[in-house]
Design a binder for this molecule. Structure first.
Ligand code: BTN
Length: 251
């Protein structure tokens, strides 16, 4: 690939997207280096309609207390919104990330509920939603130019470059902003339909946790905004989306 577009050119590129294509987002801050764009958003007291993008995110975090590594090979972006329904933000993030990935790859991707973006069962992107009473911070991390992975991730992670999309990171940032802005404008029906077209979990056998309860069974139906209907040995049970986590999926 040719020389990467330098960080000094990112603000103008992003401002052009915000001016031409966005309704929800008006202003972006490009930070050269930060531990996490989530913390940077809070530190900067960023308000609804603002975006924080890191050139280099050094201590990113993922869902369920996991870490998220992106550095100079990934995109780390936090969107700032008014506090809202967490499940809707999580699903809008998944659809924004999925549609952005599809724009760059030219083919469909899968979504593992609630919001892992997968290609051939490997994770290309993830979404984290944090919120307090002042702001909601739906955030996306996408793998862009990694060519290899540490041993523990080698069979689980994939980048756009490994999938043949030789894009520059700023193109990924631009596309994510546009697709996220669109997803936030979409109706619940459109979000649910788009989600279910890409759903990779329904029909699989899995172990889930709802609060302190562990449930094993086959996922019969999924409403990404409401919950999951799981067929267990003792019948069908309904698990609310807000309190349920997928622990393990049988291959
Ligand atoms: C996951 O799949 O567990 C979610 C990953 C979310 C990573 C993004 S990168 C931008 C933002 N800043 C962080 O520290 N995490 C999120």
């Amino acid at each position: 690939m040719s020389q990467p577009i330098g960080v000094e050119r990112w603000p103008d590129r992003i401002d052009a997207v915000l001016g031409e294509h966005c309704r929800t987002f008006q202003r972006a801050h490009v930070v050269r280096e930060t531990g996490s764009t989530q913390d940077a958003a809070r530190r900067m007291n960023a308000g609804p309609g603002e975006i924080i993008v890191a050139w280099n995110q050094t201590v990113g975090r993922g869902r369920l207390g996991r870490s998220w590594s992106s550095g100079l090979d990934g995109v780390a972006i936090t969107f700032v919104l008014q506090p809202g329904q967490r499940e809707r933000l999580a699903i809008a993030g998944a659809i924004g990330a999925a549609r952005a990935a599809e724009t760059m790859l030219g083919h469909p991707v899968g979504i593992k509920w609630p919001n892992d973006i997968l290609v051939n069962a490997r994770k290309l992107a993830g979404v984290l939603v944090e919120q307090d009473d002042r702001r909601a911070l739906p955030a996306i991390g996408m793998n862009v130019s990694q060519t290899s992975w540490p041993d523990d991730l080698a069979s689980q992670a994939v980048s756009l470059h490994q999938l043949g999309a030789m894009v520059d990171r700023i193109e990924v940032v631009e596309t994510l902003i546009e697709r996220m802005d669109e997803a936030l404008e979409a109706s619940d029906g459109d979000l649910i339909g788009s989600f279910l077209e890409r759903d990779v979990l329904t029909g699989k056998t899995m172990k889930l946790r709802n609060g302190t309860e562990i449930v094993s069974g086959r996922l019969e139906r999924l409403d990404p905004l409401k919950g999951l209907a799981v067929r267990t040995e003792s019948g069908e049970c309904w698990l609310p989306a807000a309190t349920t986590t997928v622990l393990q999926v049988e291959s």
